[in-house]
Design a protein around this ligand. Structure first.
Ligand code: NAD
Length: 504
C-alpha cells in the first residue's frame, strides 16, 4: 500500500533545514496520541520543528466561535503544514466547525484516506482491501449556505463548481498514476441531481480520457457504497464529492478493522493538513489507552509530503512490524491473535523499538523509491453564451389550493413573460397537479418568456431582459405576495441550464 502524498510545490522541499510544522494537540485523546506520535517521529530522525498551536475546545470556550485565534493562523500561514490531533466541537448553535474552516480557508481541496486491511493481524472480513478514498473537501452541501425561508421550509445549497470538479478528479487520476493504482471509480447521484452531480460525472469522463492507462468507472452512490462495503477489494481509488466522501470514507475505515487506524491528508495548492480520521474520543480520554495509529499514519503521509520519504518508510515499516508482532491497543486487541494489550505510550515505545525493521508478511512501505510528482493544470474557464429565458420566483404563500395561486399568477399582466408552472417541494402542482401531493407554504412559480420555440434539441426560449423580471417582481409585491427569493433561468450555449419540475 502506498500512503504518501505528493504535491508539486511542497514536495520539492527536501532541504537540510528542519521543516517547521504547526502542531495542534487537540482535545480528548488528542494530547496522548500526539505525544506518542511525536516521540516516534523524533526517534526516527524526522527533520521537523514542531510549533505548537491551540485549536478547538480551549479556544472555543475562551469565546472564539471559530475555534482558532490569530496567533495560530499566523503560524499556519507561515508553515503551511499542519499535524492536527482531533478536536471536540462544542454542541450548540454559534460554534463553527473548525475542520471546515481550516479546509476552506486554506484551500485544502482534496481529502485523501488510504485504508488497507492488515490481515491476519487485525481482524477484518476483507483481507485484500486496499482502497484510497479521495473526497472533494470544500464544496457541495458543506458550502454551509443554509436558510429558513418559510414556517415549513429550510434549505441548504449544494454548490458544485467546474474548477472544483476538475481539481479533485485530476488529483485522483494523478494520485493513481503516481502510486501505480489501476482504477479510479467515481461515485455520484446524477440520476437525480442532473446538473450538480451531472457536472461531476461529465468532468470525470473528460479527464479520464487523459489517463487511458488507468481504468475508470462510474457508479451511483447508493449501490456504489453498498458494493464498497460488501466487496472493498474490488475498488482501488474512489473519487467523489464532499458529503458522499465523508460517509464512505468512514465505512471503509470501519470495515478495515478500526476507526483508530486510518490517517488522512487534506491537500491544497500551498498548504496541507494531516490528521487521524477519528474524533477526540472523550469516552476514553485521559486513560492512556487510545490507539495512536491513525495519527502515526497521518504523520507518515506528512513526512512523504514534505519530501522525507525515507523517514516516512522507516516509521510506517516499524508500525507495520509492531502490528505484526501483536502489540495491540485495546480497540484492536484480540485474545489468541494479539500478543500483548499495550497502552498508548507503550505502543509508541514498541514502534520506536522496531525503527529500522520491516514487516515480514504485510507489504513493506517503499515511499522512498519515488514514483513521480502530482501535476495539476491551471483552470481555464470555458467561454459560454448565456441567455436569460425566465425566472423561478419562490413565494411564501399560506393558501392550500395550487389552482387558486396558479390562476391568479397566470392572469398577471407581465409583458414578455408568463407563468409556466408551479411546483411544491419540486413536484408540479399547477397546471394539472395531483390532489394527493402534499403542499407546504413554499411555492416555486416558474415564469418564462412568452414565445417558446420547439427545436430538435427540445424546447428553447427567446431571451428576456432582467428589467422584465424586475417588473414581474414589482407586480407581485404590489399584489401582496411574499417573495422569498428568485432563481434566474438561463440557457448556456442554447441548452436549458435548469432542472424541470417533477411531472413537468
Ligand atoms: P470518535 O471518533 O471520537 O469516537 C467514536 C468511537 O471510537 C468512540 O467509542 C471512541 O472511544 C472510539 N475511538 C475513536 N478513536 C479511537 C482511538 N484512537 N483509539 C481507540 N478508540 C477510538 O467520534 P465521536 O464520539 O462521534 O466524536 C467525539 C468528538 O470528536 C466530537 O466532539 C466530534 O465533533 C469530534 N470529532 C473531531 C474530528 C476531528 O477533529 N477531525 C473528527 C470527528 C469527530
Amino acid at each position: 500500500m502506498s500512503t504518501g502524498l505528493l504535491y508539486r510545490e511542497i514536495s520539492k522541499t527536501k532541504s537540510e533545514k528542519a521543516v517547521k510544522i504547526a502542531v495542534s494537540q487537540g482535545d480528548g485523546i488528542g494530547p496522548e496520541i500526539m505525544q506518542a506520535t511525536l516521540n516516534i517521529l523524533q526517534a526516527a530522525g524526522a527533520n521537523i520543528e514542531p510549533e505548537f498551536i491551540d485549536l478547538g475546545q480551549k479556544v472555543y470556550l475562551a469565546g472564539n466561535s471559530a475555534g482558532i485565534d490569530s496567533e495560530a493562523w499566523d503560524i499556519i500561514k507561515r508553515n503551511k503544514v499542519i499535524l492536527k490531533a482531533p478536536i471536540s466541537t462544542p454542541q450548540g448553535k454559534g460554534y463553527k466547525s473548525l475542520n471546515v474552516t481550516l479546509r476552506k480557508s486554506l484551500g485544502l481541496f482534496a481529502n485523501v484516506r488510504p485504508v488497507a486491511a492488515l490481515d491476519p493481524f487485525i481482524s477484518t472480513g476483507h483481507r485484500n482491501m486496499d482502497v484510497v478514498i479521495i473526497r472533494e473537501n470544500e464544496e457541495d452541501l458543506y458550502a454551509g449556505i443554509e436558510h429558513q425561508q418559510t414556517s415549513d421550509v429550510v434549505q441548504c445549497l449544494k454548490l458544485i463548481t467546474r474548477p472544483g470538479c476538475e481539481r479533485i478528479i485530476r488529483y485522483a487520476f494523478e494520485y493513481a498514476r503516481v502510486y501505480r493504482r489501476k482504477k479510479v471509480t467515481c461515485m455520484l447521484k446524477d440520476n437525480i441531481m442532473k446538473l450538480t452531480d451531472g457536472l461531476f460525472h461529465r468532468v470525470f469522463d473528460e479527464i479520464a480520457q487523459e489517463y487511458p492507462e488507468i481504468k475508470s468507472e462510474t457508479q451511483i452512490i447508493d449501490i456504489g457504497a453498498a458494493k464498497l462495503a460488501a466487496n472493498p477489494e474490488n475498488y482501488d481509488v474512489v473519487v467523489t464529492s464532499n458529503l458522499y466522501g465523508d460517509i464512505i470514507s468512514d465505512i471503509v475505515a470501519e470495515i478495515a478493522g478500526s476507526v483508530g487506524l486510518a490517517g488522512s491528508a487534506n491537500i491544497g495548492r500551498e498548504a496541507a493538513m494531516f490528521e487521524a480520521i477519528h474524533g477526540s474520543a472523550p469516552d476514553i480520554a485521559g486513560f492512556n489507552i487510545a490507539n495512536p495509529s491513525g495519527l502515526i499514519n497521518a504523520a507518515v503521509m506528512m513526512l512523504a509530503h514534505i519530501g522525507q520519504n525515507e523517514i516516512a518508510d522507516k516509521v510506517r515499516n516499524a508500525w507495520l512490524a509492531t502490528i505484526e508482532d501483536g502489540y495491540h491497543t485495546a480497540d484492536i486487541f484480540k485474545e489468541g491473535r494479539s500478543k500483548k494489550c499495550v497502552n498508548t505510550q507503550e505502543f509508541a515505545d514498541e514502534v520506536i523499538r522496531r525503527l529500522g525493521d520491516v514487516p515480514r508478511v504485510l507489504e513493506v512501505s517503499h515511499l522512498g523509491n519515488g514514483t513521480g510528482k502530482i501535476r495539476m493544470k491551471e483552470y481555464q474557464r470555458p467561454k459560454m453564451h448565456k441567455s436569460l429565458v425566465g425566472t423561478d420566483v419562490f413565494l411564501d404563500w399560506q393558501g392550500s389550493d395550487p389552482n387558486e395561486l396558479g390562476s391568479k399568477l397566470a392572469n398577471l399582466d407581465t409583458p414578455g413573460i408568463k407563468l409556466k408552472m408551479i411546483t411544491n417541494r419540486g413536484v408540479k402542482v399547477y397546471p394539472g397537479g395531483m390532489d394527493q401531493t402534499y403542499c407546504t407554504d413554499h411555492w416555486r412559480c416558474r415564469f418564462v418568456s412568452r414565445e417558446a420555440n420547439t427545436s430538435t434539441s427540445g424546447l428553447s426560449y427567446p431571451g428576456i431582459s432582467y428589467l422584465q423580471v424586475l417588473s414581474l417582481l414589482t407586480k407581485l409585491v404590489i399584489d401582496g405576495y411574499d417573495i422569498i427569493k428568485t432563481e434566474n433561468l438561463y440557457e448556456f450555449d442554447g441548452q436549458p441550464a435548469f432542472s424541470l419540475g417533477q411531472g413537468e
